[in-house]
Write a protein that binds this ligand. Structure first.
Ligand code: ZN
Length: 309
């Protein structure tokens, strides 16, 4: 278990458990996974049991944990940006006319568990109305409702919200913690490199198919750098077939540059010679930070590859 989770357990079993938490830290370090585990812990029927440690949350089979795992717990809500929207929008939490929506429901006592729990993933994406509604709820806290907000950037969340939350900082793992999480002991060192010491990445890479995919995709990128223009464009088209792919491939390319610069894992990066690695990385960084329409993004991606030298 993550050290952040151990800390949360201690805080929540003390006499006054805060009613709002803000998990802050880089992507893929386990903020969202910990939010779900913490929600389970708060409601879990076995948490007082002496050997709970041995059972572990991931395997707990109490009604509460199972309901949260299955996504059918009536007092447990996850709010995250919908794919076709740019922000978390009003209709996700409120429906004034019909007196329903999450905000109305959490005004009542939980019906199944001990707490109403609301997780807001990437809370910096809340639009103004949502932010203000959440703020109002934090200003008038209810004993049996707990908010867990996660973010990579707390500067983009209303200061008045941040100040009402207990802040839990998430960070990269240290090497020792990472080694303990790696199940595939034959490829320990490579998984360590591929994970960038990120909790969620290690969990993914423990699956051998995912591990193999990472290896193949880094090798492919190395090949594509030396390929003809039309092959590069076909490669981009392949990636853009599935929007969710994009973050993954940007991560793969970052790994490639990391390995290249550090002269690591040479068998993956091949014999590519890049003359202007600084410029190339700057371009990749711009793409990563861009919130753009697909068309411009595609142009950026193609320029990125075609101008690589
Ligand atoms: Zn349980």
């Amino acid at each position: 278990m993550l050290k952040e989770f151990e800390l949360l357990k201690k805080i929540s079993t003390s006499s006054s458990c805060p009613h709002a938490f803000l998990f802050v830290g880089p992507t893929d370090v386990g903020k969202f996974e910990t939010a779900i585990n913490f929600a389970k812990f708060l409601n879990c029927e076995n948490r007082e049991v002496e050997n709970w440690r041995k059972i572990g949350l991931e395997k707990c089979d109490c009604e509460q944990c199972i309901a949260i795992d299955k996504g059918i717990h009536p007092d447990f809500y996850i709010i995250e940006k919908q794919e076709d929207k740019k922000e978390i929008v009003d209709s996700q939490i409120i429906n004034k006319d019909k007196k329903e929506g999450i905000i109305y429901k959490i005004n009542n006592n939980p019906i199944f568990g001990k707490y109403n729990i609301v997780i807001i993933k990437n809370a910096e994406l809340m639009n103004k109305t949502v932010s203000n509604t959440i703020l109002k709820n934090l200003e008038e806290p209810k004993n049996n409702t707990i908010f867990i907000l996660t973010t990579t950037n707390k500067k983009n969340i209303l200061e008045t919200i941040v100040s009402r939350c207990m802040i839990v900082e998430f960070s990269l793992l240290n090497k020792k913690e990472a080694y303990e999480l790696i199940e595939n002991k034959n490829n320990k060192e490579l998984i360590l490199d591929l994970s960038s010491l990120k909790y969620k990445k290690i969990k993914e890479l423990n699956n051998i198919d995912v591990f193999n995919k990472y290896v193949v995709d880094i090798k492919d990128f190395s090949k594509i750098l030396k390929a003809k223009d039309f092959e590069k464009i076909a490669y981009i088209n392949r990636i853009l077939e599935n929007k969710e792919n994009l973050n993954y491939f940007i991560y793969i390319w970052e790994l490639f540059f990391d390995f290249y610069l550090l002269k690591k894992n040479i068998d993956l990066i091949g014999d590519v010679k890049l003359l202007n690695i600084g410029e190339n990385m700057k371009k990749l960084y711009n793409i990563k930070n861009a919130v753009m329409g697909n068309y411009i993004l595609k142009l950026g991606l193609i320029n990125f590859l075609l101008e690589m030298n």
